[in-house]
Design a binder for this molecule. Structure first.
Ligand code: MN
Length: 294
């Protein structure tokens, strides 16, 4: 299934060029009282939701995909885990280009490990990316996003794919500079995810997905997840050897070579075979009163 969240928090089933409004499927979710769970309720109950979607879809209202606003398909991830320098050619370009490494030593992923992006950075493709520091270099990073489906710690590599709910297209937007990754990559709107969740049953092998990214139609990144240094099962095993993964946790798997800057007015297009395509517009952030006070 291809499940999207759209317009005013509607739930959609994507079928070709149309989307069925199956929002009523969310009625199977339990209601929670404070404190809220540390997982995404929809993903935690995905089998029941999918069952309801299948029942509702034949008679659900259909809308053209071209006319809806796409939100991040996962609304409440407990955490956003991300893999740095996870393609060998990107490791090489990062080591060669001062504008990327900023005199930080670029270590291999086995050494540097994983990092976290703030949940508040997460947006869907229709929201666009808002450059907070447009005078600095802001790069696109096309990445396969894995959505964790069930809780697990110390998940063995051999069973890792059992813990996947599905996949999506992601942009790990990045302000270049000397600060920690988690700061530079956590700006509002710097974690783009979409266009929908493709459930794991439709993606037999996450280690063989071709993808590409263009800016204003100009090719920038083109690669295949078969070139990941640590593949999807390996990343799940690695992450869960440090912390428990929960339903709805997101895993940005790393970007290949070809990262480059975007500026206000640019349009990013990114597509992953068998998953989908996102179009993301780039704008400058409006200066805020708070910023003036800093
Ligand atoms: Mn990245």
């Amino acid at each position: 299934m291809r499940i999207c969240r759209f317009n005013d928090n509607r739930l959609g089933l994507v079928e070709g060029e149309q989307v069925r409004d199956v929002t009523a499927a969310l009625n199977v979710l339990p209601s929670y009282r404070y404190p809220l769970p540390q997982f995404d309720p929809l993903v935690a109950h995905l089998p029941e939701v999918m069952h309801q979607i299948a029942l509702l879809a034949p008679t659900a209202q259909a809308l053209p995909l071209s006319q809806i606003t796409l939100l991040s398909p996962i609304a409440n991830p407990g955490k956003i885990v991300a893999a740095p320098v996870n393609y060998i050619n990107h490791l090489n370009e990062a080591r060669e280009q001062a504008e990327i490494h900023h005199n930080n030593r670029v270590a291999a992923i086995q050494e540097v490990g994983l990092f976290l992006k703030a949940n508040s950075a997460l947006v869907g493709p229709s929201a666009g990316v808002e450059l907070k520091h447009p005078n600095r270099r802001n790069d696109h990073e096309a990445e396969l996003v894995v959505v964790i489906g069930k809780a697990g710690r110390d998940i063995p590599r051999s069973r890792a794919l059992e813990y996947v709910a599905g996949y999506a297209v992601g942009l790990d937007m990045t302000t270049r500079g000397p600060e920690e990754r988690s700061l530079r990559k956590s700006i509002d709107s710097y974690a783009v995810m979409g266009p929908w969740l493709v459930t794991a049953d439709e993606v037999p092998d996450p280690s063989n997905i071709a993808f590409r990214l263009t800016v204003n139609g100009e090719p920038r990144q083109q690669a295949n997840t078969c070139d990941l240094i640590i593949d999807v099962p390996g990343l799940i095993a690695f992450a869960s050897s440090f912390y428990t993964l929960h339903p709805g946790d997101l895993l940005f798997t790393g970007t290949p070579e070809g990262v480059g800057p975007v500026v206000p007015g640019d349009q990013i297009d990114c597509s992953f075979d068998g998953i989908g395509a996102i179009t993301v517009k780039v704008r400058a952030a409006v200066e805020t009163e708070m910023r003036d006070k800093l």
